[in-house]
Design a protein around this ligand. Structure first.
Ligand SMILES: NC(=O)c1ccc[n+]([C@@H]2O[C@H](COP(=O)([O-])OP(=O)(O)OC[C@H]3O[C@@H](n4cnc5c(N)ncnc54)[C@H](O)[C@@H]3O)[C@@H](O)[C@H]2O)c1
Length: 294
């Protein structure tokens, strides 16, 4: 998509952090923007920012895990701002600690928001995009945790690796359509993600981790406070969308770690000369060979 001006964008988690940065930057670039968020206070703060800027921004209170509400939100946005051509599946939550402490409810909350939330966004808007057949773009926010497993990040990392698999396959499946896909993988961003537990639904309240302990939240905030500013990150996203780029990876500090991970995988991978059946499988076209890049 060479220019996003005049397009309608739908941004989940648009009331805060990465999503709010995307709302700012894409509104500046001439998009009409719907910001969807579960927190009314985040929507209010975001709308206060846009007041007087002339940007066309519509706030929508939405829990992205609720598919029926998602469809209603999409209808409302399309009625008010026109057909949505850009979707940003950005909202996400995190909780950290050893996996052996996690309860089923911890897992369910993480998977519902970080994985189902993304799937619900695509499920809601993709059929509308394909029916219209115009140029559209889906941006899924994963994380560098989609590539790098770190001790104590198991639940979050599992969801982000799932978003990576989902996004990579979606890009391949949509290659012959006019819908492009990007996957944004941030490292640290200076956001409010340390407050994610505040949005945890009561019915998934049983946790093996921390609750809304102010000291824990302050510590988490400290860790990300030196992160990239969300509007700066969103400028990388704008460039990526304009260039139809699948990977949006603006964090050079991960180069060494990714090199090391890929090196370990390649060292572990069998060589053709070690497997007599290799040629037979390849000749038969068994997957493992070349694929079309997304
Ligand atoms: N902050 C970082 O360092 C970092 C790093 C890598 C990836 N990310 C990813 O960036 C994305 C955005 O997170 P952030 O850091 O901007 O956090 P944030 O908390 O500042 O923003 C997330 C927004 O999503 C909203 N939200 C949470 N659950 C929701 C739900 N069920 N339905 C609708 N909205 C919901 C929150 O209210 C919040 O406004 C997440 O997917 C996160 O995993 C963040």
């Amino acid at each position: 998509m060479t220019s996003v001006a005049g397009k309608t964008a739908f941004i989940t988690g648009g009331g805060s952090g990465v999503g709010f940065g995307q709302a700012q930057v894409f509104a500046e670039a001439g998009c009409k923007v719907a910001i969807a968020d579960i927190r009314q206070d985040h929507l209010d703060e975001a709308m206060a920012h846009f007041e007087g800027t002339g940007a066309e921004v519509l706030p929508i209170r939405l829990d992205i895990t609720d598919r029926a509400a998602y469809a209603q939100a999409a209808d409302k946005v399309e009625a008010e701002l026109g057909p949505v051509q850009l979707i940003f599946n950005t909202a996400g939550v995190s909780i950290f600690g050893p996996m052996q402490n996690a309860t089923p409810e911890d897992w369910e909350w993480q998977l519902n928001v970080n994985v189902w939330g993304v799937i619900n966004g695509v499920h809601t808007f993709l059929p509308r995009m394909l029916d219209r057949g115009d140029d559209c773009h889906i941006v899924n926010t994963a994380s560098m945790s989609a590539f790098v497993a770190l001790k104590g990040t198991g639940l979050y990392c599992t969801t982000k690796m799932a978003v990576r698999g989902y996004s990579e396959c979606l890009a391949l499946d949509l290659a012959d359509t006019r819908v492009r896909v990007s996957m944004l993988c941030p490292g640290a961003v200076n956001t409010n993600i340390h407050e994610a537990v505040l949005t945890r639904p009561a019915h998934l309240g049983a946790t093996g981790y921390y609750g809304a302990d102010p000291e824990v939240l302050a510590h988490l905030k400290d860790v990300i406070s030196v992160g990239m500013e969300p509007d700066q990150l969103a400028r990388h996203v704008l460039k990526g969308v304009e260039a139809d780029q699948f990977y949006i990876l603006p964090y050079p500090e991960f180069r060494e770690t990714l090199d090391e991970i890929h090196g370990r995988v390649m060292n572990a991978l069998a060589k053709p000369e070690d497997d007599p059946d290799y040629a037979k499988r390849v000749a038969h076209g068994v997957p493992g060979g070349k694929r079309k890049e997304g």
